[in-house]
Ligand binder design. Structure first.
Ligand code: FAD
Length: 383
């Protein structure tokens, strides 16, 4: 017996959920979305992400469990599928394979995090609270974790850490996920739903879906049948450049404002370097602010002078584009739960803020378990 499933949304949440569910041949899946990989739009957060794995879930929370569960999955994709556009940043021990030279291993850039205690009450400091602890929970999850000795810290930095992480080229990874899902039989269709129940009647079989999975991100605020007023954006502005600083790094805050931050990461497979950023809550502005762009570039060169040639300022940056994305935040946290609207079974998977990639597999695994519960109760009802 096959299960007719509609996944509404083709961002990293919808695609990772489809990737896992499509591995079971009894699932007959349609992915419906207004935006698909290749599109750049302010209503579509996923292409704008860096993206990297820098865990921010509070110890003991579901968020932490999702991030913890995601690391092994991202590591596996990185190791098994180089064409997925993910690469390691740091000295990963498990990479020792005969096909890779030791010179290549030592050339992998480090992941470095720096904390200033004075940021602890700022918007960015709160966001990074769990990340910048001297002994964070994820020290036993990611490889090669080390607290940096005080002698290696610049003035004003209270603590720092180094570990192996990944950086994802979202322009390669999202299409790769689509390819895997199509290979497993999922059907992709463009559509704009005004109400969540419309999705149930858009399955490619022409039959009503047994379950709809809602992965609409920030649009869950306005989608009929959901109308979640706990959703709000945290605006992120970035500059993508051709320069390569040779490391992935982030600080807990800057002196440029409570909601401004420094980070840099170089995407796999020629994706350029992302320089950020900010975390502007309830700011919906889709256009890059030129003054903020100037601050992002100026402080990036100050903190990370190797971005440009010696003596150069921002004129030394070769800009690919400026970008703005809205992180889909939710008061009370990400919503992963079963629901029923007008006789349609729904499983929600939205509200992933600034951690949609680094929690993607953990969240999708949770969704798969809820979908199984829905399908089992459907089977019981038929008996
Ligand atoms: P989205 O990507 O927004 O996708 C929503 C989907 O639903 C789209 O396909 C859309 O078209 C569809 N949709 C919505 N409404 C409808 C409708 N009514 N009908 C049909 N389709 C609809 N995360 C990390 O883990 N690491 C990072 O380093 C990182 N960096 C980031 C940097 C920036 C600047 C930003 C903005 C975000 C960053 N994030 C990062 C967060 C991450 O990008 C998001 O959490 C994630 O992309 C959310 O994905 P999503 O699939 O839930 O939503």
């Amino acid at each position: 017996m096959s299960n007719n499933i509609v996944i509404l949304g083709a961002g990293v949440s919808g695609l990772t959920t489809t990737y896992l569910l499509s591995q079971d041949p009894s699932n007959n899946i349609t992915v419906l979305a207004k935006h698909m990989p290749g599109d750049y739009d302010i209503e579509y957060a996923s292409p704008w992400a860096g993206a990297n794995y820098m865990p921010v879930g509070e110890p003991g929370s579901k968020h932490q469990a999702w991030e913890k569960a995601t690391w092994p999955a991202l590591k596996e994709v990185c190791e098994k599928y180089p064409e997925a556009g993910i690469h390691f940043q740091g000295m990963i021990q498990s990479l020792h394979s005969s096909s890779m030279s030791s010179e290549w291993l030592t050339a992998i850039p480090d992941t470095l995090i720096f904390n200033r205690k004075k940021d602890q009450d700022s918007a960015t400091g709160q966001w990074f609270k769990a990340l910048v602890q001297p002994n964070p929970w994820y020290k036993d999850v990611v490889p090669d974790f080390e607290n940096l000795p005080e002698s290696q810290l610049e003035p004003g930095i209270d603590n720092g850490q180094k570990f192996t992480s990944v950086c994802i080229n979202t322009a390669v990874y999202l299409p790769w996920l689509v390819g895997q899902c199509v290979k497993n039989g999922a059907v992709f269709k463009r559509a704009v739903c005004k109400h969540i129940t419309e999705a149930a009647y858009s399955h490619h079989s022409g039959k009503k879906a047994d379950v709809v999975i809602n992965c609409t991100g920030l649009s869950s605020k306005t989608l009929g049948g959901v109308l979640d007023d706990r959703m709000y954006p945290a605006r992120g502005q970035i500059v993508v450049v051709r320069n390569d600083p040779g490391l992935m790094s982030s600080t807990s805050g800057t002196d440029d404002g409570d909601d401004e931050i420094f980070y840099t990461m170089t995407r796999a497979a020629g994706g350029g370097t992302i320089i950020g950023g900010c975390y502007q809550k309830n700011n919906w502005d889709p256009l890059p602010d030129p003054n903020l762009a100037n601050r992002i570039m100026t402080r990036a060169i100050k903190i990370c002078p190797q971005l440009v040639k010696e003596g150069e300022g921002i004129e030394g940056l070769s800009i690919i584009r400026h970008g703005v994305g809205l992180r889909p935040l939710r008061e009370g946290g990400t919503r992963i739960e079963k629901d029923q609207v007008d006789g349609v079974n729904i499983v929600h998977n939205y509200g992933h803020g600034g951690f949609g990639y680094q929690a993607s597999f953990g969240c999708a695994e949770h969704v798969v378990s809820l979908v199984k519960e829905v399908l089992q109760s459907k089977t019981r009802a038929k008996l």
